[in-house]
Write a new protein. Structure first.
Length: 67
């Protein structure tokens, strides 16, 4: 039964990551892994900081238009 649960948990994590990428929210765990391996001397943003920065980068159109 544990193998089925582990398999479902792995599937769920991958589904969540895929959904986040589809809607444009990058994966925080991937960011942390990248920062630790490629930029070890730099601070790592917290999840709220990371999320806010990604949303600003995505929606920084400079204007308030909706269409």
């Amino acid at each position: 039964m544990g193998a089925v649960r582990d398999s479902l948990a792995g599937f769920w994590l991958q589904a969540v990551r895929t959904a986040r990428l589809i809607i444009g929210v990058p994966d925080y765990d991937t960011y942390v892994q990248h920062m630790r391996s490629k930029h070890p001397g730099q601070p790592v943003m917290s999840y709220p900081e990371f999320f806010d920065e990604r949303m600003r980068a995505r929606y920084k159109s400079g204007g308030g238009r909706c269409c």
